[in-house]
Design a protein around this ligand. Structure first.
Ligand code: SAM
Length: 266
């Protein structure tokens, strides 16, 4: 059996897994509109040179290519760019690269972005330094990561709490940091960036067809084999949680998506 790029770096949810494209699309439906607002404010506009690190399924790559136009460039980097290669175009470069290696394709970026990438990597500060190093003077870095603090059911629910704890444990054992979101502004300031600030966005899990419910369902589905193999839950536990999620009286909040930004010295 072959080793996927994700397995090589310890990334738990790798792009080779069945259903990963659908999971990434659900993530994009939930979070791209807000990310795009931040990116536009930070300088993704006509003629801009923009970097997406860990670009995933490329929803923001397509959006940015439309914004920067013929005079701009969008560079998409991913350890496993299988969902990005079709986006390559005269103004869109796609690179298979590991951002932990300390180098980026090209430099002089007006804006660099990473979302839900650093939380899985062993040294987020080092990767942030690499991303900031790729910016032109006065360029902006936008990083968006989860903070787990808001995550949980609205009212006590042993089935939900037990399930969330088991899935969190599998992620943490795979190297995921559930508190990275709150650390982002400090990490950006330590790099010497200016104008550092952050906002958090919390969504509800209600609504069968909502993108957040879909992200949640698909992330859990991707991790089920690991949770079962570790003996953290049984099939009965999973059925109890599914029943709880299907109950119209059940509500929960998602983790907080923290969007943090800063600029290099002009
Ligand atoms: C959770 S997905 C997020 C995708 C996208 N940023 C989004 O928010 O929709 C993480 C992505 O980072 C990529 N990735 C993981 N480790 C990486 C690394 N060391 N270097 C580059 N990309 C990496 C994965 O292949 C995956 O596409």
């Amino acid at each position: 059996m072959g080793t996927s790029p994700g397995q090589a770096t310890g990334y738990v949810l790798d792009n080779a897994a069945a259903g990963e494209l659908e999971r990434l699309r659900a993530l994009e439906a939930a979070y791209d509109p807000t990310s795009a607002e931040h990116l536009a404010r930070l300088g993704v506009g006509p003629g801009a040179r923009v970097l997406f690190a860990g670009a995933g399924a490329g929803g923001l790559v397509t959006w940015a290519a439309g914004r920067v136009g013929a005079a701009g460039t969008v560079v998409a980097v991913d350890l496993d760019p299988r969902f990005l290669t079709a986006l390559a175009a005269p103004t869109v470069e796609v690179h298979a690269a590991d951002v932990t290696a300390g180098t980026l394709p090209g430099g002089g970026y007006d804006v660099a972005h990473a979302r839900l990438l650093l939380g899985h990597l062993p040294d987020p500060a080092a990767v942030l330094a690499t991303l900031a190093g790729g910016l032109r003077p006065g360029g902006a870095l936008l990083v968006e990561e989860y903070d787990w603090a808001s995550y949980g059911p609205a009212f006590p629910s042993p089935a939900a709490e037990r399930t969330i704890a088991a899935f969190t444990r599998v992620l943490v054992e795979g190297g995921f940091d559930p508190g990275l979101g709150r650390r982002l502004p400090t990490l950006l300031r330590r790099l010497g960036l200016s104008g550092v600030d952050a906002v958090g966005r919390v969504l509800t899990l209600r609504g069968a067809g909502s993108p957040t419910a879909s992200v949640h369902r698909q992330t859990f589905a991707a991790l089920v084999p690991k949770v079962l193999a570790a003996g953290l839950l049984t099939q009965d536990d999973l059925a109890a949680f599914a029943a709880r999620m299907a109950d119209p009286d059940f509500d929960a909040l998602t983790p907080t998506m923290v969007s943090a930004w800063g600029r290099t010295t002009p």
